[in-house]
Structure formats: structure tokens, C-alpha cells
Design a protein around this ligand. Structure first.
Ligand SMILES: Cc1ncc(COP(=O)(O)O)c(C=O)c1O
Length: 396
């Protein structure tokens, strides 16, 4: 049946995480999923959402039930503009950052354009790079963000049209880019004339300080397109976020969005806008941060134990949902199958990179599981790792 498909259909392939998850099997009755990058169910603000929903039904504007413009629903745009301290003409609603990223790729990039990404990055962004047939250059990641000297050398050698960066509590590595590096990246963008796509769904889950965004640091607002999503702090099911960008970009992005889905649901925009503007919101967000910080501390304790016994290494994340651990042995994809059979699932490092070489790294999401699952999952990780090690050394 392939002849019925477009050329593009022939080029695209399954997302790496989906492919890895499809490849494993478990006979455990109660598998533990450290692989799922979603908020904890208990952290979804259901009650405040319900209250906002009732208020919207009672008093919401009539346009709520109709299409709105592709730029977004006015009451939502005005809440965001106020919160982000930027004129409304710089704000546009999206169905979240996955859509935001795709729209921006459509607007900026042609097939075979040079495109810089962090060495490890969001797996759907890698799928989009593949779909848009971009020539990706992977910039190594350090504990405080990408290696900017490497980026500059790459810019000297090759024309790079855009850079994709997840600056806070990066997925998958948990790295937060330092202020110094943020400033340097902006300088490079002006010097070498490339556009920065700043994907920032974890900024409000930083446990303590939040550095200024690259968008905020951009003096002319001409080099950064900023993507924000409510998926991690309200619910992935909201499918709502926003773009902050120069009106020059927004006018084009609106045209692309109109063709994709006409507009983001005004109802969802109203709900998200009402919730984040409500009095209850700061405490709701604070509760999430403290919950995830405790989870991070628990995972750190486990990883310290694994460091002492098996020399695993990991850099502590400043926020977000993920810990990235280097177990020092490759190929973790072999271990993944053994671990799954033992009832614990993680994502191997290869899912987050264009590099083909076998990885020694794994991503653990410490957010999604219940407390009981966390404890069980850590035990299973340790046991299955030993099993794998014994097989590798011929003792199994
Ligand atoms: C870096 C990054 N960008 C985008 C997304 C997806 O965002 P959304 O649900 O807003 O499409 C995720 C979700 O895991 C992510 O980690």
C-alpha cells in the first residue's frame, strides 16, 4: 500500500522512545515505569481546575464556545502578557510545545538546513528534525549547559539556521543552563545570525531560583522564539501553551497554525488562564515543587548508593522531573530488556540523541510513579543491573 503515501510519509519513522517501549516485554504483574515523563497524578490540580471550570461555565465570555483567531483567545493572551510582562502582540496560544516547535520549524527551516541541538534532547524534537529533514549538529552538554565554545566552532565551520535549547531542568539530562552561557548564546545568535528556539516547559518546576529566559535576555527580541507549556504544571491533557516571539514571527506562525488546527480551544485557554491568574495558584505550584524536590532527593539517595556500590554517576538536577544517570557500562539497551522482565522500565540514553553509539546512560523520571512503586522500582533497578553485569562477565 506504500504507493498511496506521500514522499514525506516514506521518510518519517517511529519516535525512539515508542520504538524502545514497543521492543520490551514484561511478565511482571506490577511494572514500575520510570520511563513515563509525565506529572504525578496526585499533583494534577483537579480541585482548582474544577472550580475554575465552574466559574467559566457560569460567567465565561460568549466567545468561549466558538473558534477564536489563530493567535489565541483574548482573555488568555491578556493574562499571559501580564504575567510575562510583555505586550500582547508578542503572545500567541498553542496546543503545547510539541505544536509550537513544529510551527517554528515550518516557519524557519528548509530541508537540509543546519540545525543545532543539545547532544541529548527531547525525543519528539528529534523526530521533528527527521521529519523536516534537517542537518542536525549535536552540541555536547556540560553540567551548566551546552559547550558554547563547541557551538561557536560549529558556527564557524557550517551555516546553522537555528538552535534548539531546553534551558531549564533539561529533558533528559536535568541540566539547567547558567546565566553566563545564556548571555553568550544570545551574543552568538546576533553575531552568526541564527534563531534560538527556547523550549521551556520545566521553568516553573525549578526547585529554587529561576534564571532569566533567553527570550528575556534578548535585547531586540529578534533572535529568540520562546515556547511554554502547561503540560507539566497543570496537566498534559490541557494541550495548551504559548509562544512569545517578535510580532514579525507571530504573524507567520499564525498562518501555519490556522492550517494545522484553526485555533487552540478557547475553552482550554480560558481554563489555563483563569487557573494561573487565581489566588490559589502560587500555593498550588509551590506544592508541586516541594513534592518533586522530595522525589529528587529520594532518587539522589538511591543513586548515591549505586555510586558507592557500582560507580554510577549523576548530576543533581535543579528541578523538573528527570534524573540522568551514567551506569558506566554499555549498551544499556541490553539491560533495558532484563530490567523490563524484572518489572522496571527506564529509557536508554540512545532515545535522546542522534548519535548511534551504544549508550551508558539512562533517564529516570522520578515524578510519575507512586511512593510504593518508587521503592520497588529502585530495588528492581539494582537487582536487574547486577544480573546484567553477571551476564556480561559470563557469570550469569
Ligand atoms: C522539552 C520538552 N518539550 C516539549 C514537551 C511536550 O510538551 P507539550 O505537552 O506542551 O506538547 C516535553 C514533554 O515531555 C518536553 O520535555
Amino acid at each position: 500500500m506504500n504507493h498511496v503515501l506521500s514522499d514525506l510519509s516514506g521518510k518519517i519513522k517511529e519516535n525512539a522512545i515508542d520504538a524502545y517501549m514497543d521492543s520490551i516485554q514484561t511478565s511482571a504483574a506490577d511494572p514500575v515505569y520510570f520511563s513515563v515523563g509525565m506529572p504525578n497524578g496526585a499533583m494534577i490540580p483537579k480541585k482548582p481546575l474544577q472550580e475554575c471550570m465552574n466559574a467559566i461555565f457560569d460567567t465565561g465570555p460568549p466567545g468561549l464556545y466558538q473558534y477564536c483567531g489563530a493567535k489565541g483567545f483574548e482573555p488568555f493572551l491578556s493574562v499571559i502578557a501580564k504575567k510575562e510582562n510583555i505586550p500582547e502582540k508578542y503572545v500567541m496560544a498553542t496546543n503545547g510545545n510539541t505544536q509550537g516547535f513544529d510551527l517554528v520549524c515550518r516557519m524557519l527551516l528548509n530541508e537540509r538546513d543546519g540545525f543545532a541541538v543539545e547532544q541529548y534532547t527531547y525525543s519528539i524534537a528529534l523526530s521533528a528534525i527527521h521529519q523536516h529533514q534537517l542537518q542536525a549538529v549535536c552540541i555536547p552538554l556540560e553540567h551548566d549547559g551546552m559547550d558554547v565554545d563547541f557551538l561557536e566552532k560549529a558556527l564557524q565551520e557550517k551555516s546553522l539556521k537555528a538552535l534548539y535549547i531546553i534551558p531549564n531542568a533539561q529533558n533528559p539530562t536535568g541540566v539547567t543552563t547558567s546565566l553566563q552561557k545564556r548571555k553568550r548564546i544570545i551574543e552568538l545568535a546576533y553575531q552568526y545570525d541564527f534563531t534560538i528556539i527556547e523550549d521551556d516547559p520545566y521553568r516553573d518546576l525549578l526547585f529554587h531560583d529561576r534564571p532569566p529566559s533567553l527570550f528575556e535576555l534578548d535585547p531586540m527580541k529578534e533572535k529568540v522564539i520562546y515556547l511554554y507549556s502547561f503540560s507539566k504544571i497543570i496537566a498534559p491533557a490541557m494541550r495548551t501553551g504559548f509562544i512569545l516571539a517578535h510580532p514579525f514571527f507571530l504573524q507567520k506562525l499564525e498562518q501555519f497554525k490556522q492550517v494545522q488546527d484553526a485555533c487552540t480551544s478557547p475553552f482550554n485557554q480560558m481554563l489555563a488562564g483563569t487557573l494561573i491568574a487565581s489566588e490559589a495558584w502560587p500555593a498550588t505550584l509551590e506544592k508541586q515543587k516541594r513534592f518533586y524536590e522530595k522525589r529528587k532527593a529520594w532518587t539522589k539517595q538511591f543513586l548515591r548508593h549505586m555510586n558507592e556500590t557500582e560507580q554510577w554517576t549523576a548530576v543533581e538536577p535543579a528541578g523538573g522531573l528527570f534524573y540522568w544517570a551514567d551506569v558506566g557500562k554499555k549498551d544499556v539497551r541490553e539491560w533495558m530488556g532484563i530490567a523490563a522482565e524484572d518489572g522496571v522500565i527506564f529509557v536508554p540514553g540512545n532515545a535522546f540523541t542522534m548519535e548511534e553509539t551504544p549508550s551508558t546512560k539512562i533517564r529516570l523520571c522520578f515524578a510519575f510513579c507512586s511512593d510504593e512503586e518508587m521503592g520497588k522500582g529502585f530495588m528492581r533497578l539494582e537487582e536487574s543491573f547486577r544480573k546484567w553485569k553477571n551476564i556480561r562477565t559470563g557469570k550469569g
